[in-house]
Design a protein around this ligand. Structure first.
Ligand code: UD1
Length: 363
């Protein structure tokens, strides 16, 4: 029998480290074949190609080149460009990861054409429907056949939403598969050394959530306590393109207390995070990565869809008020880091996913 095809969709930076281990697990088998689609939601070299090169992801045969746009325009563009690919490839299933616009757009096209969808990183809920990602998560889960979950809260959320238990598979975390695989390679680059930083002597900041960065006054407010931290230790701030556009309005420029730089490659950023004294972020994935690295993390948000990083990991949910951010930073610096790695975050999540799909597609 010829190999059954799985159409694997990636589009934005946080997707690439999630598809890499799934594509690698599929490459090892001769009964399933991965066909990769890059929607082009992210397109700058540092947000896209660099990840393919560093993570050894093969050149995708399909590139949709959608680029940026409003939510409606971007989602619609992905949908209309993805449909002919689906018709041509005729896969046994479409695999989508995470919670970006590419995730829901591809899932919606597939399910309406009668192709079952597997959602990797299902069940996470911030319960904040002002976040575009929360809408993408809820909708993608509702229409997916297989829901692959990273942490027990996801299983519980899906149960509460009435999802049949046989659709839900707690398999661990594919992003951590990638982290564990590339950790040593990242360390070998000695990124802190090349930047003149002392291990455990600096902090790292990332910020790109629209609710934090799209209004310059809000951004300035969030950054005030971080500027105070920068009096104590260097704070390295790789700036997302969305944030870059707002920085001058918030009174932040190069030559100031923060060490601004362009977005980094996967390996460089992993190396930078691994030796940091503290990471400040509004990203979802970084809360999980710091948990595994054992590096204290302060999350600059009011909620998290990844509560295990707080209950077991190194994460502190600081909220968005400057006084609360300030005290979360002090607490994180004072307390010893006592995180523990969640169950199944062991580097084998992608293999579990592929096993489930193989059995389901056969059966
Ligand atoms: C998207 C995801 C978000 C994820 C983030 C990670 C959605 C709804 N949001 O947000 O969940 O955390 O990616 O990075 O899918 N831009 C560039 N170059 C690029 C990509 C974007 O300059 O390669 C600029 C454009 O001005 C664009 C803006 O960044 O308008 C925002 O990009 P977009 O893909 O709309 O959302 P992100 O903020 O990146």
């Amino acid at each position: 029998m010829s190999a059954r095809r799985l159409l694997l969709v990636a589009g934005a930076r946080p997707n690439f480290m999630k598809v890499a281990p799934i594509a690698a697990a599929l490459r090892k088998r001769d009964d399933l074949e991965a066909v990769l689609v890059h929607t082009g939601q992210h397109y700058d070299r540092a947000m896209s190609e660099l990840f393919f090169e560093q993570l050894g992801i093969e050149e995708p045969p399909y590139r949709l080149g959608v680029g940026s746009g409003s939510h409606a325009a971007q989602t619609a563009e992905i949908m209309s460009r993805f449909e002919p690919v689906l018709d041509e490839v005729r896969p046994a299933a479409v695999v989508v990861v995470g919670d970006v616009n590419s995730t829901i757009a591809a899932a919606l096209v597939a399910v309406k054409e009668g192709t079952p969808v597997a959602h990797v990183e299902a069940g996470l809920r911030s319960f904040d429907r002002t976040m575009p990602e929360e809408i993408n998560r809820v909708l993608t889960d509702a229409i997916s056949t297989w829901l692959f979950v990273t942490e027990p809260s996801g299983v519980e959320n899906l149960r509460r939403e009435g999802v049949a238990p046989e659709r839900v598979h707690l398999v661990g975390n594919v992003m951590i598969d990638t982290l564990l695989r590339f950790r040593e390679r990242a360390a070998a680059l000695d990124v802190p050394g090349t930047m003149g930083l002392v291990p455990a002597g600096y902090a790292v900041l990332t910020m790109h959530r629209p609710s934090n960065v799209d209004d310059p006054a809000t951004l300035a407010d969030r950054l005030a306590p971080v500027l105070e931290l920068a009096d104590e230790m260097p704070v390295v701030f790789p700036v997302h393109p969305r944030t870059r556009a707002m920085l001058s309005g918030a009174g932040i420029g190069s030559g100031g207390p923060l060490r601004l730089c362009d977005p980094m490659g996967y390996l460089e950023f992993l190396g930078l995070m691994s030796s940091a004294r503290l990471v400040l972020t509004d990203s979802g994935g970084i809360q999980e990565e710091t948990t595994v690295l054992g590096v204290p993390c302060v999350t600059l948000r009011d909620n998290t869809e990844r509560p295990i990083t707080v209950t077991q990991g190194t994460n502190r949910l600081a909220g968005t008020r400057p006084d609360r951010i300030r005290s979360a930073i002090s607490e994180a610096l004072a307390a010893p880091s006592t995180g523990r790695v969640p169950d199944l975050w062991d580097g084998r999540a992608a293999e579990r996913i592929v096993d489930v799909l193989r059995r389901a597609i056969d059966g």
